[in-house]
Ligand binder design. Structure first.
Ligand code: GAR
Length: 208
């Protein structure tokens, strides 16, 4: 069984999707052993508690630099003996001390079709605001490995939704979460835990 650590910062609906999938027996070969939050107020911590999963708070505000913060995260991941790290609405970019130590072992969910609307500064609702501002007709979400560059690691799964004329950032966000994120994140986590993702020339290939 692989040890899964989930990193969160906010509401935690993606964490909930993982917990629900685990309860349905859909995360094969792994179990969520802890939830680490950068924000002491994150509702995701309540979700973890309700599911009987250990919650650890490492407040981003208490660290002066991204490097110092990343070192604290790294120490906790090592302590938890994490086999897989899932960034589920984790709003802090991790320094390469973490990405190197957990190479191809960190999975992120990004609420757009990478390489569009991604990179530093593109997170949460902002991503959907930018997509609507541009006028795209489809958007979606991407599940990818995390490397030293923001949102630039190998893509594992992507899914799309149509953008309606009257979509707002909020309705588009909800549509992408419901139709793509909450389905594909648990699926990618299970594929990883079942060793069904391979890497060749920096690209991820899924054995579906
Ligand atoms: C999700 O839409 C996730 O894709 C996005 O933040 C939201 C978190 O929601 N993540 C990013 O923008 C990371 N760059 P949640 O806390 O309810 O899972």
């Amino acid at each position: 069984m692989k040890n899964i650590c989930v990193l969160v910062s906010g509401g935690g609906t993606n964490l909930q999707a993982l917990i629900d999938a685990q309860d349905r027996g859909e995360i094969k070969g792994g179990r969520i052993s802890c939830v680490i939050s950068s924000n002491p107020e994150a509702y995701a911590l309540e979700r973890a508690k309700k599911a009987g999963i250990a919650g650890v708070v490492i407040p981003r505000k208490e660290y002066q630099s991204s490097k110092a913060y990343s070192e604290a995260i790294l120490a906790e991941l090592d302590r938890q003996k994490a086999d897989l790290v899932v960034l589920a609405g984790f709003m802090t970019i991790l320094d390469e001390c973490v990405t190197k130590a957990y190479d191809y072992k960190i999975i992120n969910v990004h609420p757009a079709l990478i390489p569009s609307f991604c990179g530093e500064g593109f997170y949460g609702l902002k991503v959907h605001e930018k997509a609507l501002e541009y006028g795209v007709k489809v958007s979606g979400a991407t599940i990818h490995f995390v490397n030293e560059k923001a949102d630039a690691g190998a893509i594992i799964l992507q899914g799309t939704v149509d953008v309606a004329n009257d979509d707002t950032p909020q309705t588009l966000q909800r549509k992408i979460m419901e139709n793509v994120e909450w389905k594909l994140l648990p699926k990618a986590v299970s594929l990883f835990c079942e060793n069904r993702i391979s890497i060749k020339d920096g690209k991820a290939y899924v054995d579906l």
